[in-house]
Design a binder for this molecule. Structure first.
Ligand code: ACM
Ligand code: ZN
Length: 503
């Protein structure tokens, strides 16, 4: 059989041996109670292989998978020994055990169904290069179901992706229920589709949906970072509460794409009452220490022309209305910090922030290339790299051909693979502030889960390796050899995948 394990992302170290491990069914799994959740979930994920007769659990001499706590390992690290007589997985934490079990799940998914489980004997030692290995799904431009989101989170976790950045609000729809502001969802979650007659689309997640998704992600060691995009990309807010805009409206939940002129009025204190209620809701529903506050693509012409915004300029001692964005960002970041949360925003939050400096703990997500991230790290901010110029925008085509799905721009798997969040251009101190990287799937032209899958896979496999595997072990040619085996695993999970050129 194939000596290679064909794991994606490639582990830090793999030694294979000639012998094999064989078992007709998923073996009994033993481990301390600290790993019980991971064990139960692993069995659920591989239920195809469980012994329906229960014989495996009754046979005393049956082969075993043994999980062992080894506190000498780093938090997300694991080691996996595959021997003919059994498997031993060591980890210092449930997260490390989960990652090890996901590598094992990959091996089992590609080991053939008819002869049960056949694995090459090997010793794997593994840990991540970056702590933030993310993926963002835009659930505003298209409203994805709870079931679909869970399917994606599960597949992400197979690749050791550990952050699901949930883009919950935008011009085209507000998806988060906020009890004190019921119109956000009553009005802001639905948009009239102007290309059709009398057709509304949209929806929102109930508190139960959110709790359900949050628990599902947490069990897979995926952290959900919710995003509420402020103060731009807020047509859905303005449609619900027109008093929060500079002109008073009328506004509508947008069905057009692009950047809208109407944003929250910087001169209206009511926008902070709204943020208060929204942040309370997020703090209640999401355990993550991070809240993404958006901050991208704010146009300032409304603020220029608005008497309330001009008054705010005077009060704050600022000269240009565009500087009000950092004044707002600083206030939002403080409000979050009062709730024990840390703000992260798109790289625009750093612009014109000389007067109102962002708190150092505020992190920056660099999307317009990597310059914003580099500038942020020079000021001492932590950074997540998600450059649209280097393959991280999954709404762009997989390949530059007009028959391909996506916006008329290209993010190849190769670009994504070669994206290095902490590139050699950085000093050690800048690189030490790089949390990691992520891919973003904006959904303007991705109007179904199946299309989303085609845009995510296999580019996320390339990104997972860029964020997990040591820089010196990365090799795109080798990745391309492993990928066909891996794509069979993804097929078995029912994921639609792009199959064309990768570079
Ligand atoms: C963005 O792509 N507007 C963050
Ligand atoms: Zn205003």
């Amino acid at each position: 059989m194939n000596e290679k394990l064909d794991l994606i992302p490639l582990p830090v170290s793999v030694k294979t041996h000639d012998s094999v491990f064989r078992s007709p069914v998923l073996p009994v799994i033993e481990g301390g109670s600290v790993f019980q959740n991971e064990i139960d979930l692993f069995k659920e994920q591989l239920c195809l292989y469980t012994d329906q007769s229960g014989a495996g659990s009754r046979t005393e001499n049956s082969k075993k998978i043994t999980l062992v706590m080894d506190s000498s390992l780093a938090a997300e690290a694991y080691t996996l020994e595959i021997r003919p007589q059994g498997l031993i997985l060591k980890a210092a934490s449930p997260a490390g055990a989960y990652h090890g079990l996901q590598s094992l799940r990959e091996l089992i998914l590609s080991s053939g169904r008819d002869d049960g489980i056949v694995l090459p004997c090997a010793e794997i030692a593994d840990y991540p290069r970056f702590p933030w290995r993310g993926f963002m799904l835009d659930c505003s431009r298209y409203f994805y179901s709870t079931e679909f989101i869970k399917k994606i989170i599960d597949a992400l976790s197979l690749h050791h992706i550990n952050v699901f950045h949930w883009h919950l609000t935008d011009d085209q729809g507000w998806r988060l229920p906020v009890q004190k502001y019921p119109l956000l969802t009553e009005i802001g979650s639905k948009r009239l589709e102007y290309r059709y007659r009398d057709m509304y689309s949209g929806g929102f997640y109930s508190r139960e949906d959110i709790r359900d998704i949050a628990a599902y992600a947490a069990s897979r060691h995926v952290e959900i970072v919710p995003e509420v995009d402020l103060p731009g990309h807020t047509s859905s807010v303005l449609a619900a509460y027109p008093g929060l805009g500079c002109t008073g409206g009328p506004y509508r939940v947008e069905d057009r794409f692009g950047i809208c002129e109407d944003v929250l009025c910087a001169g209206n204190d009511g926008i902070f009452d709204l943020a208060d209620a929204v942040f309370d809701t997020l703090a209640e529903l999401f355990p993550s220490p991070w809240v993404h506050i958006g901050g991208d693509e704010v146009l300032f012409n409304r603020w220029d022309a608005c008497p309330k915004c001009r008054k705010r300029l005077e009060e704050t001692g600022l000269t240009h209305s565009r500087e009000l964005q950092s004044w707002i960002t600083v206030k939002l970041a403080r409000m979050l910090s009062e709730r024990g949360k840390t703000a992260i925003g798109w790289d625009e939050i750093l612009e014109d922030s000389e007067q109102y400096r962002l708190p150092e703990e505020t992190a920056v997500m660099s999307w317009r290339g990597r310059a914003g991230g580099l500038a942020a790290s020079r000021l001492g901010h932590r950074v997540v790299m998600s450059p649209n110029t280097e393959g991280c925008y999954f709404d762009y085509r997989n390949y530059g051909h007009h028959e391909e799905i996506g916006r008329d721009l290209v993010s190849t798997a190769a670009q994504c693979y070669n994206m290095d969040p902490a590139g050699p251009e950085m000093t050690d101190s800048e690189a030490s502030l790089i949390l990691g990287g992520q891919a973003n799937l904006w959904s303007e032209v991705i109007y179904a889960g199946k299309i989303a899958e085609y845009m995510i896979f296999p580019r996320i496999c390339a990104l997972a390796e860029a964020l997990w595997t040591p820089r010196d072990s990365k090799n795109f040619e080798d990745f391309k050899v492993r990928l066909p085996v891996h794509q069979k695993r993804l097929e078995r999970l029912g994921l639609l995948q792009y199959r064309g050129p990768l570079e």
